[in-house]
Design a protein around this ligand. Structure first.
Ligand code: SF4
Ligand SMILES: [Zn+2]
Ligand SMILES: [Zn+2]
Length: 306
C-alpha cells in the first residue's frame, strides 16, 4: 500500500484508513492546525502570545507550528513560558529539551519554578498535602501561568491540549457532574472576560494524540519520552485508558465525544456566564470565584504543616 496522494511509502494511517507518506502527513497536520487558527480566530494582528511549554511532545509541536505561522505573518509576538513544578527525575529533562528547542527556533523562554515562586517543589507539596498530585500541580501551574503571562503583557496563552485531552476532560466533568468546569472548555477557554484572566487558546484542539506523537517523532520533537511519575495516580489516566480502549474497538469515539460536546458548549457557556461574579482573592489579588483562591488555600495549609 502506498501514500494515497503521491504514491510514496506511507508512514501513518489516518482514522479514516487513508495512508500518508511523511511529506503528506506533515502537510495534513499543518493544514489542520492552520484551519483551527483561522476558523476559531485564535491569532489576531498585534497579539502577544505566550506558549505554555513543558518540553513534552504536545507543547513542543505547538511551539514549532506557532513559530511557522509567526515566520509567515510576523504581525504578532511569540514567546514561551515554562513552569518547573519540581518533579525530580522528570522535569529537569523536559526543561533542557524546551530550552534547546527555543534556542533553535530563536524564541525567548521564561522559566519559573514552584520552589522559587511558592517556596515548595511539587514533590514536597505532594508529601505534605492530602490531595492528588495533579490537583495540586494543576492549581499552581494555572495560577503561575496566568500571573506570569499577564506580567509579561501577553494577551493570550496557547496550550498544547489535543483532542484526546479535551475528550478526557469532557468525560471527567460528565462523570463528576461538573458542568461549571465543562463550560470553561473549548478551543478558547473560559466563560467570563476579566483583564486579570489571560484567555487560553488550544490550537491543537482537533488533532488526536497519536497524530501529534507521530508528527513529533517524524520532526525530532519527541524529546524525552518519559511520563510524569504522578500520571499513574491520576483520575485522568483512568479515563484516558478507557477512551483509548473504546477508540481501538470503535474508531471515531473521541471525535464523536468532541463534536457532540461542541454542539452543547454554547448553551453551557450561556448558562454559566450569568452566574456569580469574578472576585479577587483577598490575599494575592488574583481572580477567583470566592474570596480566597485555591492557590492561597493550599499555601496556607502547607504553612500550617511547617
Ligand atoms: S501528570 Fe499531574 S503532576 Fe504530572 S505534570 Fe501532569 S498534572 Fe502535573
Ligand atoms: Zn504522500
Ligand atoms: Zn490567592
Amino acid at each position: 500500500m502506498v501514500c494515497k496522494k503521491c504514491k510514496q511509502e506511507p508512514v501513518f494511517a489516518l482514522a479514516s484508513g487513508e495512508k500518508l507518506c511523511k511529506k503528506c502527513f506533515n502537510s495534513y497536520i499543518e493544514k489542520k492546525f492552520r484551519k483551527t487558527i483561522r476558523k476559531c480566530e485564535l491569532i489576531e494582528k498585534g497579539d502577544r502570545i505566550a506558549v505554555a511549554l513543558s518540553g513534552g511532545k504536545d507543547s513542543s509541536v505547538l511551539l514549532k507550528l506557532m513559530h511557522s505561522i509567526w515566520a509567515q505573518r510576523k504581525d504578532f509576538q511569540l514567546f514561551a513560558i515554562l513552569i518547573d513544578e519540581g518533579i525530580s527525575g522528570y522535569r529537569p529533562l523536559t526543561t533542557k529539551f524546551a530550552q534547546n528547542l527555543c534556542k533553535k527556533l530563536g524564541i525567548k523562554l521564561y522559566v519559573y519554578s514552584f520552589k522559587k515562586e511558592l517556596g515548595y517543589t511539587l514533590d514536597q507539596m505532594v508529601r505534605e498535602l492530602k490531595k492528588g498530585p495533579c490537583t495540586i500541580c494543576g492549581t499552581f501551574r494555572r495560577y503561575l501561568l496566568n500571573k506570569k503571562a499577564r506580567e509579561l503583557k501577553a494577551n493570550k496563552i496557547a496550550f498544547g491540549h489535543n483532542a484526546d485531552d479535551e475528550a478526557q476532560s469532557i468525560v471527567m466533568n460528565l462523570f463528576r457532574s461538573n458542568n461549571d468546569a465543562a463550560a470553561r472548555l473549548g478551543v478558547i477557554n473560559g466563560i467570563k472576560r476579566d483583564p486579570r484572566f489571560i484567555p487560553r487558546i488550544k490550537p491543537l484542539y482537533f488533532l488526536l494524540e497519536k497524530e501529534i506523537t507521530a508528527y513529533a517523532y517524524l520532526n525530532n520533537l519527541l524529546g524525552v519520552f518519559k511520563e510524569c511519575p504522578y500520571t499513574a495516580l491520576a483520575y485522568r489516566g483512568q479515563v484516558r485508558d478507557m477512551l483509548n480502549d473504546f477508540e481501538s474497538r470503535h474508531p471515531g469515539t473521541k471525535t464523536g465525544v468532541l463534536s457532540a460536546f461542541l454542539e452543547l458548549l454554547p448553551l453551557l457557556k450561556d448558562k454559566f456566564r450569568t452566574e456569580g461574579e469574578i472576585a479577587y482573592c483577598k490575599y494575592c489579588k488574583e481572580p477567583t470565584t470566592t474570596d480566597e483562591c485555591m492557590a492561597c488555600k493550599l499555601l496556607a495549609e502547607l504553612k500550617r504543616k511547617k
